[in-house]
Design a binder for this molecule. Structure first.
Ligand code: NAD
Ligand code: IPM
Ligand code: MN
Length: 364
């Protein structure tokens, strides 16, 4: 069989520190499960590239990445040097849109050995697995749009408009994906809305949810306005199975969900073009973390778990499961495995990466 071609883009900040650990584990998985993977690294989509070339991407980036099945991405953004909207709209958001990665799948699960900051009303902590949700985020339209503009700049009449875009095609396809996931999981789907205040786009979203729900009588559906939904995440996170949300609401919930599970440093994501017409992109949920970059203490588990999602997407379910089990084995308090500071330890990025790769090799 020909090797799967994977483009590697480390990006900025801790992206460059966690990607090598993710690759270490992907290589260990490839060896154990005999998966032919071929990696090719790219130095664009980061501040150093911008500094040299005056742009985030080369003009032919699309052709150069098109032949890959997947992109294994770190994080981008270095706000001290370049405004975030320029670096992000010049790289990651281009990938998502031009490669039509319309679903962003972001699991949030309370792992063994990690403590949720949320205790129950009776004061008892939550057990591993008690929080287990899949956030399905719309990834190519919604509130993230480049339609709008400024007028009358510098005057008292200065005016700024930014449109939200929802298409039936765009909303329905992400909803269908989410309902299918719910059907395969615990059969519950929660929709994030704000149709009381956002009076045109969000009622439309709700309407499409109702239409799709009619096709999935086996899935139980509820919906909450985003404000109270954030409160429910904190007060009863175990309620949630699949949570489907527009681009912005999904972005917010996918930091909140993992934070409820102890740290955003372990949270993975898959930016999927499910039809495989374009490469899909796998990256941790977190960003480049300039506040800890360069110190070798970033948690690599979000990156490693994203590698597991990549293998699952390529059809290697057993390899995915083995990586997740290796992560759990390292986190298990009984193993005394290394933990980075965000998980309450003093270990370094490479210690955790090596431990997961080793657990994978020895086949837990
Ligand atoms: P961030 O996720 O980079 O960091 C938020 C906080 O979480 C920081 O205190 C950071 O130290 C901590 N943190 C994040 N990942 C961690 C890890 N793996 N281990 C330990 N601690 C971790 O979010 P931010 O500070 O809002 O953004 C920083 C930059 O990253 C900005 O330029 C932003 O636009 C960009 N960003 C990029 C992506 C992406 O590439 N997908 C995602 C989010 C933010
Ligand atoms: C994410 C990030 C990006 C987003 C930013 C960096 C544009 O926060 O992947 O969650 O908002 O989608
Ligand atoms: Mn985000």
């Amino acid at each position: 069989t020909p090797a799967h071609r994977i483009a590697v883009i480390p990006g900025d900040g801790i992206g460059t520190e966690v990607v090598p650990e993710g690759l270490r584990v992907l290589e260990a998985a490839a060896a154990r499960f005999d998966i032919p993977l071929r990696f090719e690294s790219f130095d664009f989509a980061c501040w150093p590239y911008y500094e040299r070339h005056g742009g985030m991407l080369p003009p032919d980036w699309r052709e150069r990445l098109m032949g890959f099945e997947a992109i294994y991405f770190g994080a981008v953004g270095w706000p001290e040097k370049i405004p975030d909207h320029i670096s992000l709209w010049g790289s990651l958001l281009q990938f998502r849109r031009v490669f039509d990665q319309y679903v962003n799948v972001r699991p949030a699960r309370l792992m063994p050995g990690l403590r949720s900051p949320l205790v129950r009303r009776d004061g008892t902590p939550r057990q591993p697995g008690e929080i287990d949700m899949l956030i399905v985020r719309e990834n190519t339209e919604g509130e993230y749009s480049s339609i709008g503009g400024r007028m009358f700049e510098g005057t008292e009449r200065e005016l700024v408009v930014q449109e939200t875009v929802m298409t039936r095609h765009g909303v329905d396809r992400v909803l269908r994906f989410a309902f299918e996931q719910a059907r395969r999981r615990r059969g519950r789907l929660t929709s994030a809305t704000k149709s009381n205040g956002i009076s045109i786009s969000m009622p439309y979203w709700d309407e499409r949810v109702r239409a799709m729900a009619a096709q999935y009588p086996d899935v139980s559906v509820d919906q909450f306005h985003i404000d109270i939904l954030t409160a429910h995440f904190v007060q009863r996170p175990e309620h949630f199975d699949v949570v489907v949300a527009s681009n912005l609401f999904g972005d917010i919930l996918s930091d909140l969900g993992p934070a409820c599970c102890g740290t955003i440093g372990i949270a993975p994501s898959a930016n999927l073009n499910p039809e495989r017409r374009f490469p899909s992109l796998f990256e941790p949920v977190h960003g480049s973390a300039p506040d800890i970059a360069g110190r070798g203490i970033a948690n690599p588990i979000g990156q490693i778990w994203s590698g597991a999602l990549l293998l699952d997407f390529l059809g290697y379910r057993a390899a995915h499961d083995a990586i997740v089990r290796a992560i759990e084995a390292v986190l298990d308090p009984a193993s005394g495995g290394p933990r980075t500071p965000d998980m309450g330890g003093t270990a370094r990025t490479t210690d955790v990466g090596r431990a997961v790769a080793e657990a994978l090799r020895t086949g837990v």
